[in-house]
Design a protein around this ligand. Structure first.
Ligand code: GLP
Length: 235
């Protein structure tokens, strides 16, 4: 793993953008994208840039089950607002939360086929405080592909800050699996703030274990980790 420590999320976002920009100039066509507060500074750099996205395909990691794309808490909405409204891609895929509510297996199979048909060149990731990636919570098998996952109480609590109250947070998500993520040619993981420091330490220095889903990245051949000093403070 290559570890880049920056002063803060602003510098981290700029560094992450440079990696994507270089990758795209070198021929990357399919990008795995992520939501959450962490990638916001990356997307800010992206929309300010003159990068042409007309030939790019994006595949997002996850979506809440049951949320419509126009629900402001949905990850569809997040992506439109932070990136696609200003930088439209040739094609952008986000798992379908409504299809998943009706038929989770069909929605998951459909998404796995999309990933198979569009192998991911660069996968962006954040990390949860418990070491989750996307919504692959501790205990998820490293063999998983896209499926419906139940959210842990901790994740529901952490993500309730985006909702009016905790009861509105969906209890499950449709989410790319660890095997889908590991199949990407390159992975860029970003994390900022002291509350990510423990997860970052476990991911980089701890044993590779399903109890810390992000630790599997130790086995990927091309991973760049971009963190600020606070997230690096336990290394
Ligand atoms: C959610 C998302 C993850 C994200 C994580 C951290 O659970 N499914 O993809 O990495 O939260 O979010 P944040 O970047 O807001 O700290």
């Amino acid at each position: 793993m290559k570890i880049i420590v920056k002063e803060n999320d602003i510098e981290g976002g700029a560094a992450a953008f440079k990696i994507f920009e270089k990758g795209i100039k070198n021929g990357a066509k399919v990008l795995g994208l992520a939501t959450g507060s962490t990638p916001v500074t990356l997307y800010q750099n992206w929309v300010k840039s003159d990068l042409n996205c007309d030939n790019l395909t994006s595949i997002n990691l996850d979506e809440y089950v049951g949320l419509k794309p126009d629900n402001p808490q949905s990850y569809h909405y997040f992506m439109q607002k932070h990136l696609f409204d200003k930088k439209p891609f040739k094609k952008s895929y986000v798992p379908d939360g409504l299809e998943a509510a009706k038929d989770p297996q069909a929605a998951a199979d459909h998404y796995n086929q999309i990933i198979k048909d569009n192998p991911i060149d660069i996968q962006l990731l954040g990390i949860g405080r418990n070491g989750h990636i996307a919504f692959n919570e501790p205990g998820s098998s490293f063999d998983t592909v896209t499926r419906e996952v139940k959210l842990t109480d901790n994740t529901i609590k952490a993500n309730s800050r985006f909702f009016d109250n905790i009861d509105e947070v969906p209890k499950s998500a449709i989410c790319m699996g660890i095997a889908n993520i590991m199949s990407a040619k390159k992975v860029v993981l970003m994390a900022f703030g002291k509350n990510k420091a423990h997860a970052i330490k476990e991911m980089i220095e701890g044993p590779v274990t399903e109890q810390v889903p992000a630790s599997i990245l130790q086995k990927h051949l091309d991973v760049v980790v971009i963190i600020d000093k606070a997230a690096a403070s336990e290394l």
